[in-house]
Structure formats: structure tokens, C-alpha cells
Design a protein around this ligand. Structure first.
Ligand SMILES: [Zn+2]
Length: 445
């Protein structure tokens, strides 16, 4: 081959390479195909994760959350509670944080305090934060209550500060640990949840086990790896109340959410942080529910963890770093139930203040995380997944606020606990949530 032919061949190879690179990048959505549009530079993801203990002092006499019948303090600590954070960064100043807390909910004051501090102390804009609770009913109460004695109120305030400090520490530690990373997504299934809106046999509805009711078994997994392919964080999303433990339990525990997180972390030799998030689970209880047997907590936690590990092991991530976040508040007319319905009798409600529902959208590449500040029932989560332009849509509930139950429109016809407890009048929450997200997603896909 003479020199001229060799140069021609090299030029041809370069041209082919350019076509391949440009084509692949365009397929991946990194660069626009049109030459007239400015080319967005390819950015590389960085990720960091951290876990901080939020277990209350063993001698604190804090009341436990979640069951109205239980007003005494906890008696022992069964397993420690944690804040877990994943921070992602696109290398160009755009940074987002996903945090989970092993408590019952993120009440509005906690959200406001945490968001303000994360903005100030960790440089994360409030609309780039997803702060979600796992909804364990075996953690201390965080929200103030008028029934608390001054001593309990003081302890509660102290514990609340500890949780806020842990949120900031988890995020700042995760920021310090930022390193080049990949992110990927996978789904599996686990038969750990069941619909809990059950017939009471007298024409009414009660909290129970309704295996024929709607139930989403999807286990969604988001995996963040370092450049050697070792996991930094593995995030789980599943639709179930963390209520294997019931009102007779007096021990502190993160319930099945904690059991699942710890089992995933143990599997990867403790080097990974494994936050657990609740999908639309307002009407979903665990198969073993509201008891006191910790073996059931472990069993269901391990079923979930085994599926998370199986799914995570099949995920191959991308270093692409497209991070977009949006937040909005939609408002629904409020109600207050004035009569608990007896079977066959209509329940009544009176007008109450409108209910603001915070919708927090975090898009990471082709994944959409949809945070809702309440307990969303399954059908709303399913409808969002069906209508979302993102195939990979995950609803994160108990997120950035806590306005209680958010039923779909049809659910109001079966007057269960979720309906009487909901602060939202029928005919609003479903469209407000789904359309609220679809509007924010519209120009992003
Ligand atoms: Zn609940």
C-alpha cells in the first residue's frame, strides 16, 4: 500500500468513526441530530452516598408514631434508624440529592427546615431535593402534638434537630464522596405487599387483607456504580406500608424497609448505601401485618432484598449525566370527616382548608423520579406510569412533605380508613398529581 492510499484509508476510518460516534451519541440523546442546534457537551456523572445514624437515645421517652392507640414512650431499640443519601452531580454545577429517613413521614416543618439548610450548607437547590420517609410505624414521633407534656415536647424538639442535622451530614458526606459514576435502572417483582382495603362482610370496608384488590408488585432498582463497576448506592422503590409491626410493638425499628436496606448493604460487604423508598402504597400493607414478631420483618425484608440484589446484578449503567429537576404545588379542596361511617350509612364531611400537594420531579437521564408529599393509593401510581413519557418512571411517596392519604377518584366509592382519613375531597387528587407531573415532564423527554 503506498503512502497516499494509506492516508486515504486513515481519512476514511476517521470519517467512519465520526459517523459512528455522532450516530451513537444522537441515539443516546446526548447530541441533537440537527447541525443547526448547538451541541450539548457530553457530561459525565458523579455520585456519592452516605448513611448517618438517627437512632434516638436509648433512655429517651419519646412517643412512637403511626398508631393513635399508642401514646407511651418506646421501651427498647430493636434496630437502629438511619438517614441515607445519594448525591449526583453533572460536573457542570447541577447537583441533586435523594434522601431517605427511617421515620414515619416528612412533616412540612421538617421539609422546610431541611430544604433551607441543604440549600445553605450543602449548595443543593430545594427543587433538586427528594427527602422521603420510609413510613415505619416503629420510630419516634417527629411532629409536635398539643398533647405532649413540656418534657416530652422538649425531647421531641431535640430529636427533631438530630434528624435535621443527620440530613445535612448525610448530604455533605455524600458530596465529599462524589466520584465519577454510572447510573442504571432495572425492575423485578416481589410478592410482599397486598391490597388492604377489605370488605368487612357487612357492606363496609376495613383495614385488612384483600388479595383480589389492585396491587403493584414492581421492585424498581436504581444502581450507581464507580468506574470499576463497584456499587456506590442501590436505591429500591416498592409499594408497601412499612407496617409489619403494629400498635402492640414498643420497640424502635425501621421495619421491613430497614431490614431490606441492611440486607442489601450486607450483601455488598457494607461498601454500598441502599436507600429504600415507598412507591404508591397508601392502600398496600405487608403480607404479615401489624404484629409484633420481628421474624416477619426479617422475612419480608429479605424477600425484597433478594430481588433487589438479583435485579441490581443485571444492571449495566451509563456515565451520562443529564439531571433536571422541577417542583410544583397543586392544590385540592379540603375536607374533614365528621362521622365515621357505619356499614350502609353515608359518611359525611365538612369543608376544610385546601390541601397543597408538593410534586417533585427529578429526571436522571431516561429515569423520572416523581416525589409526592403524601400517601398515594396504587391506582394513581399505576396511571402515572402508564401515561408518563418516561418508560422508567418511579413514584416516591412520603416525599418533601406529608399531607396524608391521596386516593384515586374511584377509591372514594369504597369508604375505607384511607378515605375517611384523607384531607382531600373526592375528584381532585388523581388528576392533580398525574397531570401535574405530565405537565412538568412534557418538554423534558
Ligand atoms: Zn400510612
Amino acid at each position: 500500500m503506498n503512502r497516499l492510499n494509506l492516508l486515504n484509508l486513515l481519512n476514511l476510518l476517521n470519517l467512519l468513526n465520526l459517523i459512528l460516534v455522532t450516530g451513537t451519541a444522537a441515539l443516546a440523546g446526548i447530541m441533537p441530530l440537527s447541525a443547526t442546534q448547538p451541541r450539548e457537551p457530553v457530561t459525565v456523572l458523579r455520585a456519592g452516598a452516605a448513611r448517618v445514624d438517627i437512632t434516638p437515645a436509648a433512655d429517651a421517652s419519646l412517643p412512637m408514631s403511626g398508631y393513635a392507640s399508642r401514646s407511651e414512650g418506646f421501651t427498647a431499640i430493636h434496630d437502629n434508624l438511619h438517614a441515607r443519601a445519594v448525591v449526583i452531580d453533572d460536573g457542570r454545577g447541577r447537583r441533586a440529592a435523594i434522601l431517605t429517613l427511617e421515620i414515619i413521614g416528612v412533616h412540612e416543618a421538617l421539609w422546610e427546615a431541611a430544604a433551607a439548610r441543604l440549600e445553605r450548607e450543602a449548595g443543593i437547590a430545594r427543587d433538586h431535593i427528594l427527602l422521603a420517609a420510609v413510613h415505619t410505624h416503629a420510630a419516634p414521633t417527629l411532629a409536635p402534638a398539643p398533647t405532649m407534656t413540656p418534657e416530652v415536647a422538649q425531647q421531641r424538639a431535640g430529636y427533631s434537630r438530630k434528624v435535621e442535622d443527620a440530613v445535612v451530614a448525610a448530604v455533605t458526606n455524600a458530596v465529599s464522596a462524589l466520584q465519577p459514576a454510572t447510573v442504571g435502572f432495572g425492575v423485578g417483582k416481589a410478592h410482599v405487599n397486598t391490597n388492604r382495603r377489605a370488605s368487612n362482610g357487612e357492606g363496609g370496608w376495613m383495614l385488612g387483607n384483600n388479595p383480589d384488590g389492585v396491587s403493584d408488585k414492581t421492585v424498581a432498582v436504581i444502581r450507581f456504580d464507580d468506574t470499576r463497576g463497584e456499587p456506590i448506592a442501590i436505591l429500591t422503590n416498592y409499594s408497601v406500608h412499612a407496617t409489619v409491626l403494629g400498635s402492640a410493638n414498643r420497640q424502635i425499628s425501621a421495619d421491613l424497609a430497614g431490614a431490606a436496606s441492611r440486607a442489601v448493604e450486607r450483601h455488598y460487604a457494607g461498601a454500598v448505601v441502599a436507600p429504600w423508598t415507598s412507591a404508591a402504597a397508601g392502600d398496600q400493607d405487608p403480607l404479615y401485618r401489624v404484629g409484633t414478631d420481628f421474624r416477619n420483618v426479617t422475612a419480608l425484608g429479605h424477600i425484597l432484598a433478594d430481588e433487589v440484589i438479583r435485579v441490581a446484578d443485571g444492571i449495566r449503567g451509563s456515565p451520562r449525566a443529564r439531571i433536571v429537576a422541577r417542583q410544583t404545588i397543586v392544590s385540592c379542596p379540603g375536607k374533614r370527616t365528621v362521622q365515621t361511617p357505619a356499614p350502609g350509612k353515608p359518611y359525611t364531611f365538612e369543608d376544610a382548608d385546601p390541601v397543597p400537594i408538593r410534586l417533585s420531579l427529578l429526571v436522571i437521564n431516561d429515569m423520572a423520579l416523581a416525589g409526592v408529599s403524601g400517601e398515594v393509593l396504587t391506582n394513581i401510581g399505576l396511571r402515572l406510569k402508564r401515561q408518563s413519557p418516561f418508560n422508567r418512571t418511579v413514584m416516591v411517596t412520603h416525599c418533601n412533605g406529608s399531607v396524608g392519604y391521596l386516593p384515586d377518584d374511584a377509591a372514594y366509592e369504597h369508604v375505607s380508613y384511607e378515605i375517611t382519613a384523607s384531607r382531600v375531597k373526592p375528584g381532585c387528587a388523581e388528576d392533580a398529581i398525574v397531570n401535574g407531573f405530565l405537565e412538568m415532564m412534557a418538554d423534558l423527554f
